[in-house]
Design a protein around this ligand. Structure first.
Ligand code: 5GP
Ligand code: ZN
Length: 114
C-alpha cells in the first residue's frame, strides 16, 4: 500500500530494520514504551488482526511469534520476561493501520493493561 508508513518501513524505503525475512520485518518503535520496544509486521499489507481470516495466514501469525522469541533473546529480555501485544481497532488503541505486534521488555510490567 503506497501511503502506508509500515509498508514503507518494511520495504526499506524509510527507517532501519533490525530483522527481516521473506514474510516479516521488525524495527524499533519510534516512541518506545519500554527499554526494548520492537514492532514486528508482515511484509504484506494487512490492516488489522481482525482481517486475518485466511488459512494461509496461520503460518504467518505463528512465524511472527517465533521471531518475537528470537528478538527477545537477542535483546536479552527473554529470561526476565517480555510482552507481545496486538492492538486491534479503536478501543484497543490501534493507531497505525498495518498489522503489527509490539514486543516489549526491559522493565517490570503491570497488569491489567490500561
Ligand atoms: P498502535 O497504537 O497502532 O498499536 O501502535 C502503533 C505504534 O507505531 C506506536 O507504538 C508508535 O509509536 C509506532 N509508530 C508510529 N509511527 C511510526 C513510525 O513512523 N516509525 C516507527 N518506528 N514507529 C512508529
Ligand atoms: Zn501497510
Amino acid at each position: 500500500m503506497s501511503d502506508c508508513i509500515f509498508c514503507k518501513i518494511a520495504q526499506k524505503e524509510i527507517g532501519t530494520l533490525i530483522y527481516e525475512d521473506e514474510l516479516v520485518a521488525a524495527f524499533d518503535d519510534a516512541n518506545p514504551q519500554a527499554p526494548v520496544h520492537v514492532l514486528i509486521v508482515p511484509k504484506k499489507h494487512i490492516e488489522k488482526l481482525l482481517d486475518v481470516t485466511q488459512d494461509e495466514d496461520k503460518f504467518l501469525l505463528g512465524h511472527i511469534l517465533v521471531i518475537a522469541n528470537t528478538i527477545a533473546r537477542e535483546r536479552s529480555i527473554a529470561e526476565a520476561g517480555y510482552r507481545v501485544v496486538v492492538n486491534c481497532n479503536r478501543e484497543a488503541g490501534q493507531s497505525v493501520w498495518h498489522l503489527h505486534f509490539h514486543l516489549l521488555g526491559g522493565r517490570k510490567m503491570s497488569w491489567p493493561p490500561g
